[in-house]
Design a protein around this ligand. Structure first.
Ligand code: KIV
Ligand code: ZN
Length: 515
């Protein structure tokens, strides 16, 4: 076992995607997996293959395409789940099955199993998984609320049955740093065979301690951290990849462990995950928040000008924010745009570049300087021209009393249609006009506006989340006109609902509870 190497296990596409509203399309999952693979993530948990046909397809395709990472799928403690998972990861150069069962008293009560009965299930299912692949991870879900003696007993059973990694999940975000370190340390000291396998830590952020708990577990002897980009995940989320990786890098003096992550790729993947999941990153979020490297107050700015180290413990370049940000203008050509994208860590194909360039020119005509964040916002909205529903033109007239009227022209399935609708303000009138042209029962769950850059000509990014019949879809768009950005975001979310209905079919939902 490598003692000073900490393996990074990313579960953005499984635990992250499980977060209500964070559903990603198939192509988005492939894109995120490629970015994870490329940035040096050791293990990618690509999905839960038994959960749906879509999850199975995503895990299989990611397995086939990945170049460096181990590809892992999740499976409950059931032979059917494990078989399906093995099939999904089969084409990976390095496949892993991750099987789990809830071992705490509360979780044992759900399948109504005694300690002995559950111990037998664990023995049988881990043995089954190990007969299918060499690399098996086992998790006692809700480990931090499982009785100590029983936890030691089941961990030993799983190791003897062939598990190569034992993950200790803090499923409900209940533990605290000292406890997290002690638990791993005591397990390693107590359980026979513990020295031959890797212990992993999987923390949730319900009390805001996920990063601290994961790092403490490493102190206790864990050598795999399970995490997600931007801390995406159910409820308060999971340990954030960018936080643990940068903490290990910046405080390597007191945490002398290495990861294989290329930290310069952090910012780009953070933005892509935020865009495709529809989960905005809070401005003051550690490492990837918009303000994480911004110095507003006079005293800070003065210090920064004299010596950046006065207020900065890491350089923006280290996480992929270009230090010398030269804005582009309307005379900048395609080569300059490509160079800027490369600088920002974004690789695009020729067709995508063509699309982004057209949008860039339109934006540069309206805006004097196009900043890095503007360029990244353009990347996020590329590809809309192939959608079923498209915005052609929008004119809104507003009165001082709050009443507005929207005249909207759209292309729906290749046909030009138009409508006029009144509303309480410009956005309400616009959304009503969209519904007049494309009647739907989707409920608006979230509407959020964020300025991408500073100034009155700044682009606004609008996020919209819609729900229809239990399906959730998000849309995002950027424009110098907030109402136009709102219309595009709303239409983009509707397009995603359309694609979801086409793809999902009647696949039964699988819950963890019947494991
Ligand atoms: O939080 C948790 O316990 C999980 C398991 C499935 C590992 O995500
Ligand atoms: Zn989890």
């Amino acid at each position: 076992m490598t003692k000073d190497r900490v393996f990074i296990f990313d579960t953005t596409l499984r635990d992250g995607e499980q977060s209500p509203g964070a559903t990603m399309t198939h192509d988005e999952k492939l894109e995120i997996a490629e970015l994870l693979d490329d940035m040096g993530v050791d293990i990618i948990e690509a999905g839960f293959p038994i959960a749906s046909e879509g999850d199975f397809r995503a895990v299989s395709e990611i397995a086939e395409r990945s170049k460096n990472s181990v590809i892992c799928g999740l499976a409950r403690a059931k032979t059917g789940d494990i078989d399906r998972c093995a099939e999904a990861v089969r084409k990976a150069a390095q496949p892993r099955i991750h099987t789990f069962i809830g071992t705490s008293p509360l979780h044992r009560a759900i399948p109504n199993l005694t300690q002995d009965e559950m111990a037998e299930v664990i023995h049988d299912t881990v043995t089954h998984a190990r007969n299918l692949v060499d690399n098996v991870q086992w998790s006692p879900m809700d480990a931090t609320r499982t009785e100590w003696d029983y936890l030691c007993r089941v961990v030993e059973i799983a190791i003897k049955a062939g598990a190569t990694t034992i993950n200790i999940p803090d499923t409900v975000g209940y533990t605290a740093p000292r406890e997290s370190a002690d638990l791993i340390k005591r397990l390693i000291e107590t359980v026979p065979g513990a020295d031959d396998i890797i212990f992993a830590t999987h923390c949730h952020n319900d009390l805001g301690m996920a990063t601290a708990n994961a790092l403490a577990a490493v102190d206790g002897g864990a050598r795999q951290i399970e995490c997600t980009i931007n801390g995406l995940g159910e409820r308060a989320g999971n340990t954030a990849l960018e936080e643990v990786v940068m903490a290990l890098k910046v405080r390597n003096d007191i945490m002398p462990y290495e990861t294989a992550i290329d930290t310069k790729k952090i910012m780009h993947i953070s933005r892509r995950v935020s865009t495709v999941s529809g989960f905005l990153v809070q401005p003051n979020k550690a490492i990837v928040g918009k303000n994480a490297f911004a110095h507003e107050s006079g005293i800070h700015q003065d210090g920064m000008l004299k010596n950046a180290e006065t207020f900065e413990i890491m350089r923006p370049e280290d996480v992929g924010i270009s230090g010398t940000s030269l804005p582009l203008g309307k005379h900048s050509g395609r080569a300059a745009l490509r160079a800027k994208l490369k600088d920002l860590g974004v690789e695009v194909g020729d067709n995508q570049l063509k699309d982004i360039f057209v949008r860039f020119k339109e934006l540069a005509d309206r805006k004097k300087e196009v900043f890095d964040d503007d360029v990244l916002a353009l990347v996020s909205t590329a590809g809309e021209s192939e959608d079923h529903l498209q915005l052609v033109n929008l004119r809104v007239v507003c009165g001082t009393g709050g009443q507005a009227e929207a005249e909207l022209e759209m292309e729906i399935g290749g046909k030009d249609v138009s409508a006029t609708a009144p509303g309480d303000g410009p956005v309400d009138a616009t959304f009503k006009a969209v519904r007049a042209l494309y009647p739907n029962a989707a409920r608006l769950q979230l509407y959020q506006v964020q300025a991408v850059t500073a100034g009155t000509d700044a682009q606004a990014t609008v996020f919209v989340r819609l729900e229809e019949d239990g399906k959730i879809a998000t849309g995002q768009s950027a424009d110098t006109d907030t109402v136009v950005a709102s219309a595009k975001a709303y239409i983009s979310a509707l397009n995603r609902l359309v694609t979801q209905s086409e793809k999902t079919g009647d696949v039964p939902e699988v819950s963890y509870k019947d494991a």
